[in-house]
Design a protein around this ligand. Structure first.
Ligand code: PXG
Length: 457
């Protein structure tokens, strides 16, 4: 069956009949049919009707080196010819898994000398939970089990990772979270900071961790997990005071600190890792997405020496792993991807050239009648839509203003995420300043159309 020869309508019919999509209402999909994406190059994707679309989300925050990298396709081909699969269980390994581990040690902050491979960010966070609890057991503190996460957090979609998420939509479906996971407030200054300055609010927000630890008892708390910048929760950029205070509190009470680098890792914030942008040093770092730029499914957990020493010296068998942990093709492609990031100096480009340019252009949106706040860091940008910017008054969620703006984006061949009423971009790190201008013009058009529709001027 050659699907390429089928009409879009036929593809859509087959799709809705047989494919249950992630995070999608199947009834709505049946009515409308999915957009069929059939090819991609650079920052653009094409649909089955030949429409060219600017992908300002780099897929799902992941295609850091942009689409159409032939070198990565060749690496996948060569590696699968040489050795398509072998595992790392029972004292075996493969050259690509070793080579990628060595490279990861090189690009991560000092003290990270071990990686555990997974196939996704969700599995990485499941691995984090098991590693943290095992660590405390080995130190003969098995009662230290509770993991503190935050509201608006997104850490994945397996039962354990979804439990770490901080929004009830992830929990309602099947009675999550699992036991011993609790959530505190997040550092969302624009929405919750009131009259405090961002720095005052950052400290206050971090100190809610201290209150929670005291309430639960530090002897029961195993770890705190957070994304350096919260992605799927609405691009919540923490005030500068936040992370150093979180680190201080974790050290004071002997709580492990986990930086979920699934979105922020591999150059997204203008450093290799988000924790470097915010000046803190975690114990564990789940990684995925930009690790392979989405060319192969792969994730992992970087483990600091402090933790690794205990696991190795005190531990027996680590009874955890996946058939495809350290998959040779995925590892080879990820390594090729990291080489592109290095050779093209994409992290430096974001820090010095395109990141500042995105900030400058996005700040222009502050004058738009619909825009309450603009947040940018590196190659991440959010535009918060509000009903009344002077009073910081948000739209009623039933008005679905963000979704409406997103629909205008779809009509105008732009992929931009609506997260609550924050419109978010996270384009490939290869985007040029000219392409940022092109993205700006499209975003502006969609904001204007949304403002018109809701009568905001
Ligand atoms: N941690 C973070 C910080 C993430 O953003 C995961 C873990 C889970 O990774 P996997 O590879 O299991 O999906 C994520 C994933 C969205 C969206 O709508 C965000 C993600 C995934 C899908 C959709 O913004 N983030």
């Amino acid at each position: 069956m050659n699907l390429a020869e089928k009409s879009t309508a036929e593809l859509q019919r087959l799709d809705s009949n047989h494919y249950l999509h992630p995070f999608t209402d199947p009834k709505a999909l049946l009515k409308k049919g999915a957009r069929v994406i059939s090819s991609a190059d650079g920052i653009y994707i094409w649909d089955s009707d030949g429409e060219k679309i600017l992908d300002a989300m780099a897929g799902l925050w992941c295609v850091n080196v942009g689409y159409g990298r032939e070198v990565l396709s060749r690496i996948a081909y060569e590696q699968s010819k040489e050795l398509p699969y072998y595992n790392s269980f029972f004292k075996t390994t493969t050259p690509p898994a070793i080579a990628l581990a060595e490279k990861l040690v090189e690009v991560t902050p000092d003290g990270f000398n071990q990686v555990f491979y997974t196939n996704s960010g969700s599995e990485a966070n499941d691995t984090v939970i098991r590693t943290v609890r095992r660590y405390w057991r080995l130190l003969e503190k098995p009662e230290k089990r509770i993991i503190i996460s935050r509201k608006r957090a997104y850490h994945g979609s397996t039962v354990a990772a979804a439990s770490l998420c901080g929004d009830s939509i992830y929990h309602e479906m099947d009675g999550l979270p699992i036991p011993d996971i609790v959530h505190i407030d997040c550092p969302y200054w624009y929405g919750e900071g009131g009259d405090l300055t961002p720095d005052e609010f950052g400290l206050k927000s971090a100190q809610s961790l201290e209150s929670k630890i005291k309430e639960l008892g530090p002897e029961k708390v195993a770890a705190f997990i957070g994304e350096p910048i919260q992605g799927a929760g609405g691009l919540i950029v923490p005030p500068d005071t936040y992370w150093p205070e979180i680190q201080r509190i974790c050290e004071k009470y002997g709580i492990l600190l986990i930086s979920d680098e699934v979105i922020c890792g591999f150059g997204r914030t203008g450093n290799w890792f988000g924790c470097e942008t915010y000046g803190f040093l975690p114990d564990l770092m789940p990684i995925a997405k930009g690790l392979s730029s989405g060319y192969m499914p792969i994730g992992g957990v970087m483990i600091h020496d402090r933790i690794a020493e205990v696991l190795i010296k005190k531990g027996g068998e680590f009874s955890h792993g996946y058939t495809y942990s350290g998959h040779p093709v995925a590892c080879a492609v990820a390594l090729g991807n990291l080489k592109i990031i290095e050779e093209e100096q994409l992290v430096e480009k974001v820090a010095k050239e395109t990141g500042p340019y995105l900030k400058k252009r996005w700040q222009e949106f502050e004058n738009h009648p619909l825009v309450g706040e603009v947040r940018t860091v590196g190659m991440l940008g959010a535009i918060e839509l509000v009903e009344d910017k002077d009073k910081r008054k948000f739209f009623d969620s039933s008005m679905k203003v963000g979704d409406t703006c997103r629909d205008f984006c779809v009509e105008n061949n732009l992929v931009m995420r609506a997260l609550h009423d924050a419109m978010v971009v996270s384009p490939p790190l290869t985007i040029t300043v000219e392409q940022i201008d092109e993205m700006f013009d499209l975003v502006k058009l969609c904001l204007d159309l949304t403002a018109d529709k809701f009568g905001i001027s």
